[in-house]
Design a protein around this ligand. Structure first.
Ligand SMILES: NC(=O)c1ccc[n+]([C@@H]2O[C@H](COP(=O)([O-])OP(=O)(O)OC[C@H]3O[C@@H](n4cnc5c(N)ncnc54)[C@H](OP(=O)(O)O)[C@@H]3O)[C@@H](O)[C@H]2O)c1
Length: 248
């Protein structure tokens, strides 16, 4: 298991590596000797990341924009070979109140584009390379809110539920082709995105380490921290857990 993580020549693509959980994945892979390629929308943040982790490759790409993803895939496939790991991490969450007026004038589907369409497009673009260098791995960073929706962020919850569904079907399509898919459903994680959240948070490093180890052994799902109870509670007391998570 550790042998794969520490392999010197293998390339890992991490979306959204400049902050939070993505940055923790980059740090862990960089330490393990991987060639790391990452992307984001903010050139300044990427430049800072490249300074902190010498040798990594950073590129501008908005995963919520299909043309941007196509350009990123073209660039990656022309420069990097032996891609063994894709980590679909980039994404964000906004609170949206559908009882407010004039909602249609707002961008309501940003999370669908970044958290779901972005993953679908990038995975489709890189799958030929992942299959060519099998055994290889894909990590999908979903969320506990993908199992049970939170009331204050309905579109985000829908994007992550959609991602989990996409992951399950894709895993079946890829059966026997040497590409494993690991879905990680974190609870609240201590990242810039969760600054305003006052409840218990786990560290992004813990999420990254746990998930990488699970992915390397082909584990299908990872539930760090408090989400480890979710699948059980969904069976034992679904109404109770739905009410609890809805208000979190
Ligand atoms: N933090 C939590 O509590 C928590 C819990 C469960 C799941 N998650 C999931 O974990 C993932 C990472 O979240 P985080 O908390 O680490 O957030 P974060 O600290 O805000 O980092 C998000 C990263 O993604 C990049 N990004 C965001 N939108 C992007 C886009 N459209 N295209 C390209 N890059 C983009 C950001 O860079 P730029 O801004 O420069 O683009 C940044 O590097 C997300 O998918 C999130 O839904 C987080």
């Amino acid at each position: 298991m550790r042998k794969d993580i520490t392999s010197p020549k293998r390339t890992a693509i991490v979306t959204g590596g400049s902050s939070g959980i993505g940055r923790a994945f980059v740090a862990s892979l960089h330490r393990g000797g991987w060639q790391v390629v990452t992307c984001g929308r903010d050139a300044g943040k990427l430049a800072g990341l490249a300074k902190d982790f010498p040798g990594i490759h950073t590129h501008l790409c908005d995963v919520g924009d299909k043309a941007s993803v196509e350009a990123f895939v073209d660039l990656v496939s022309s420069v990097h070979h032996d891609i063994k790991l894709l980590i679909n991490n980039a994404g964000g969450m906004r609170e949206l109140d559908f009882t407010q007026p004039d909602l249609l004038r707002q961008d309501l589907t940003q999370e669908i584009r970044a958290n779901l369409e972005g993953v679908i497009n990038l995975t489709a673009g890189l799958l030929p390379m992942l299959r060519a260098s099998s055994p290889s791995h894909i990590i999908m960073v979903s969320s506990g809110y993908g199992l049970v929706p939170v009331t204050r962020a309905p579109v985000y919850s829908a994007s992550k539920a959609g991602l989990r569904s996409f992951t399950k079907a894709l895993r079946r399509q890829l059966k026997g082709q040497g590409v494993t898919i690991t879905d990680v459903a974190p609870p609240a994680v201590d990242t810039p995105a969760a600054l305003g959240y006052q409840g218990k948070k786990i560290s992004p490093q813990h999420v990254a380490e746990l998930t990488l180890a699970a992915a390397m052994r082909g584990q299908e799902e990872v539930y760090p921290g408090e989400t480890r109870w979710l699948p059980w509670m969904m069976r034992l007391a679904p109404r109770w857990i739905e009410n609890l998570v809805a208000k979190s």
